[in-house]
Write a protein that binds this ligand. Structure first.
Ligand code: GTQ
Length: 355
């Protein structure tokens, strides 16, 4: 929050800082006091927030060579996590945030490398972008990483990444790091290589409609499912599409299968299918959003500004913004991974859908 913000929203009817005598201002400052009225309109703008978040897109084709160069320039031991951060210029690149609560990073792991075990307060997910043979062990569960898979590393759970394959593996990290950092609760703890635990097999929660009885009886097991294979999620979208040929919002939400609640506490994750040629009008909602293209060719029109997304491209948009997603192919469906801040907005009581 900047109390010196005098953006064009200040109301002419309210007094300005310059209207106050300099000695008075100096005396206020000396006592750590600030007059509200010169900044009132900046911190409480009329009718809708004034976002710093700018609609921004990152081309995978353009960033990939730089990520591979990082692989040559910086060994994993010198990086721990070899990541190029997708930073929103509206916030200032050094803040390393895509939206108020969302951090995005493209992480590279080369064959034979190991990104050591740690745990931290921010929640993370990985969306696998490229390559085979890598794995992430989360809380003793070894998760294979294949293109389009979503893997959770929720707050506090140990995680480490390894790679037994032959080609580079890249994934998109989505964290609520900006929020945790702002709240002054962001920290990590280093660990040692995890043993893979029994009873943490990824197939335990793989069948919709049935749960292992102990998990059901526990009512609120936390993070029972850590890996959501893309082949299953894609099949679920295709079933929705064929079940109702008139359905517009062909979308699924990644949930905790035992509670039906959001998969993680702060950010929500969804997968969306666009039929060939489909134009999907998105509701105007308070949470900021991220779109990452898993398959196809899509134009994201964000407040009328067009961004073309090919496979593995990513873009973000501020909340309270009208947007459309257009499948640019006339004969192939498109598949989009979506992250948004809706669980956080609901918890704060500020979640809104605007007409
Ligand atoms: O892989 O654990 O992009 O701790 C940023 C912080 C990835 C990770 C990031 C992390 C990780």
């Amino acid at each position: 929050m900047s109390s010196s913000d005098s953006s064009g929203h200040a109301d002419a009817a309210l007094g300005r800082l310059e209207d106050l005598p300099a000695p008075y201002r100096a005396e206020l400052g000396a006592q750590n006091l600030v007059p509200l009225w010169p900044s009132l309109r900046a911190v409480l703008p009329p009718v809708k927030p004034v976002p710093k978040t700018m609609a921004t897109a990152w081309s995978y084709q353009a960033l990939r060579p730089l990520l591979m160069e990082a692989g040559a320039l910086t060994p994993i031991e010198k990086a721990e996590r070899r990541v190029l951060v997708l930073a929103n210029p509206g916030h200032g690149l050094e803040r390393m945030q895509a939206t108020p609560a969302i951090y995005l990073g493209m992480q590279l792991l080369l064959p034979g490398e190991w990104a050591p075990s740690h745990r931290h307060t921010p929640n993370a997910v990985r969306m696998v972008v490229e390559g085979e043979g890598a794995w992430t062990t989360v809380d003793g569960q070894k998760c294979t990483m294949e293109r389009g898979d979503l893997i959770l590393t929720p707050t506090g759970l140990w995680h480490e990444h390894g790679h037994d394959g032959t080609d580079p593996v890249v994934w998109l990290d989505v964290l609520d790091l900006p929020l945790m950092y702002y709240m002054e609760v962001s920290y990590h703890v280093n660990g040692t290589r995890q043993a893979v635990k029994a009873g943490r097999g990824e197939q335990r929660f793989g069948q919709g409609g049935v749960l292992p009885t102990p998990a059901f009886e526990q009512r609120h097991p936390r993070y029972p499912l850590l890996r959501y294979p893309w082949k299953d999620v894609k099949a679920a979208l295709e079933r929705l599409a064929s079940d109702d040929p008139g359905l517009q919002q062909i979308q699924v939400t990644y949930v905790n299968p035992a509670t039906g609640e959001d998969a993680e506490n702060v950010l929500a994750f969804h997968a969306l299918m666009l039929r060939p040629g489909q134009i999907l009008e998105l509701p105007v909602r308070s949470p900021a959003m991220v779109f990452h293209l898993i398959e196809g060719l899509v134009e994201a029109r964000i407040a009328e500004q067009p961004f073309t997304l090919a496979a593995a491209d990513t873009c973000c948009m501020p909340g309270y913004t009208p947007a459309q997603l257009v499948n640019r192919s006339q004969d192939q469906p498109a598949f989009v991974f979506v992250a948004d801040e809706s669980p956080l907005h609901r918890k704060l009581g500020v979640y809104e859908v605007r007409p």
